[in-house]
Ligand binder design. Structure first.
Ligand code: DHB
Length: 530
């Protein structure tokens, strides 16, 4: 669809467009742009129109953060509907300003592809204003999310005048931003947010989105502590080296996790019910698939980190070649090549590592006959903990349990005065030394509206149909259960989910943009039939 506004606004001005009056503070002004350009890593210059510093609510509380920027490439993609990438730079649950596109992340790449880019700012745990001589914290949860939802509404409200289609919004974020993206994807048009959005003066428009791109989402916050300890408890006395007090907390938390897993009622692709009894095998499948893909792409995986490999071929030196060949399978111990694993090329990261079989260096991995056969999960988790020290228990709601320091999550669940707060009964009880203590009603509600798991598979919200979720195979900022549960619940509810734990990836986002943008393109084509 060629944008309707071009002709209409030239002839009549924006005020003539249906539903958006000129005096309307939420009306997008197509004439209010500057010209910009970025140079991509390959040297290509991508020119765009920049619409910056647009307030997306009528009742602006925090003018530093409640604005958005829109970038429209000079060369719009030749598609029936041009998508809009909505990228949030939220990190650490802190405030984030509206930013300019970057050549090195998905924003620059989207412009190069001819897509429209929107980069909203949003309030967060550290945003403050002065009112009546007092410092007010403006970004306590869920305010940052409300801002982002208001930004989506702004795009929808002005769909007739903003190039690109608000029916094709792809949200994108990393870590706390990945959590925000998952919330944008899962809470569309949900009544739970309505009153607050109205109060802010958000546009009267839908706020569901087409797709959510979530890199290492730090979410399901009220279960993340138990999930972390249930998974990583195996390292407590080893590499994690916890104190006796920490082990007590770790064990208490871990003990709560099986009931949570069982309560989710998740299923594997083949319909097998997932329970706390088979869940670790399910995690292993994702890690083994990740390792397998890395090997296919020419990466080297040490044989000391828990994987067992089967290699059905003979090595280039003529003798049996094997990577940990299991008993009874062809192969045997090393074949004299000192750089077989760990010494040669570095381990890859989700395909960015080009296979590099140099002269005289025969491929060592046969895509059709070699595979990863088993994983010692505890060994692999110890390896992850060796790469980056694990968080100490509780990993998220930590304030007042064994240390006083508030986590980013304690801060974002804090109050207007900037006082951090607990957001689980577990930690509150430990802090207050009171087994009967529980979160007050308002905190229960705030925690609830910050958890995408509460909306997926329900009829309370319009959940995005398309999801791209990544969590690095050595990312320990939250446990593997968080992204796996998210992806599985979405899949079980009939969504189109592209999920992986990319090999050798730490906590990071917007990597392997070729993979992301081919998924975006395929998703659009599947929908529009182009
Ligand atoms: C982020 C990382 C964390 O480990 C966390 O607990 C919260 C946020 C982040 O990078 O955004």
């Amino acid at each position: 669809m060629i944008k309707k506004y071009l002709m209409a606004s030239l002839i009549l001005g924006a005020s003539a467009l249906p539903g958006v009056a000129k005096s309307d503070p939420l009306a997008f002004d197509p004439a209010a742009f500057t010209q910009g350009e970025i140079t991509m890593p390959d040297g290509e210059n991508v020119a765009f129109k920049a619409y910056e510093g647009i307030f997306y609510v009528k009742n602006v509380e925090d003018s530093t953060y409640q604005t958005l920027n829109i970038y429209v490439p000079e060369k719009l993609a030749d598609l029936p509907e041009v998508p809009i990438l909505l990228r949030t730079y939220v990190g650490g649950y802190m405030a984030s300003t509206a930013k300019a596109p970057s050549p090195s992340d998905a924003t620059g790449r989207a412009l190069k592809e001819g897509y429209v880019v929107c980069i909203p700012g949003s309030r967060g745990s550290n945003s403050t204003i002065e009112r009546d001589g007092k410092t007010i914290y403006t970004g306590t949860a869920p305010n940052g999310l409300l801002d982002l939802k208001a930004a989506v509404r702004y795009l929808r409200y002005n769909d007739a005048v903003i190039p690109g289609s608000s029916e094709l919004i792809f949200t994108d974020g990393t870590s706390a931003g990945g959590a925000m993206s998952s919330l944008l994807g899962s809470t569309g048009n949900c009544h739970d947010y309505e009153a607050a959005l109205k109060k802010m003066g958000a546009a009267e428009a839908r706020d569901d989105v087409f797709a959510a791109i979530c890199y290492c989402p730090i979410t399901d916050l009220n279960h993340a502590d138990m999930e972390y300890e249930w998974l990583y408890g195996c390292t407590n006395t080893g590499v994690r080296n916890l104190s006796a007090d920490q082990i007590v907390i770790s064990d208490e938390l871990a003990a709560e996790c099986p009931a949570y897993i069982d309560s989710l009622g998740l299923r594997e692709d083949d319909g097998t019910p997932l329970t706390s009894a088979n869940y670790k095998d399910y995690i292993k499948k994702f890690l083994m698939a990740s390792a397998h893909k890395a090997l296919e792409e020419g990466c080297e995986i040490p044989d000391t980190i828990g994987f067992t490999f089967y290699q059905d071929k003979f090595g280039p030196m003529g003798g049996p070649s094997s990577i940990n060949a299991p008993q009874g399978k062809p192969g045997g111990p090393g074949n004299g090549r000192p750089d077989e694993f760990g010494q040669g090329r570095p381990m890859g990261d989700d395909g960015r590592q080009a296979p590099s079989f140099g002269p005289g260096n025969a491929p060592r991995f046969n895509k059709t006959s070699d595979f990863v056969t088993a994983l010692d999960l505890d060994k692999y988790l110890s390896y992850v903990a060796t790469m980056t020290p694990l968080k100490t228990p509780p990993a998220f709601d930590q304030m007042g349990v064994l240390i006083e320091t508030p986590s980013p999550e304690n801060k974002v669940f804090g109050n207007e005065k900037g006082e951090a707060a607990n957001f689980t009964d577990f930690s509150l009880r430990h802090r207050l030394h009171n087994d009967k203590a529980s979160l007050d009603k308002d905190m229960v509600r705030r925690v609830e509206v910050m958890n995408p798991m509460n909306y997926i598979g329900t009829d309370h919200a319009t959940v995005a149909q398309n999801w791209y979720i990544r969590h690095g195979a050595k990312d320990r900022d939250t446990s593997f259960l968080v992204p796996i549960n998210l992806a599985t619940k979405l899949k079980n509810s009939g969504k189109n989910v592209n999920f992986a734990l990319p090999w050798n990836r730490p906590h990071s986002g917007d990597y392997n943009l070729d993979d992301l943008f081919s998924w975006i393109s395929a998703t659009i084509n599947n929908t529009t039939g182009k």
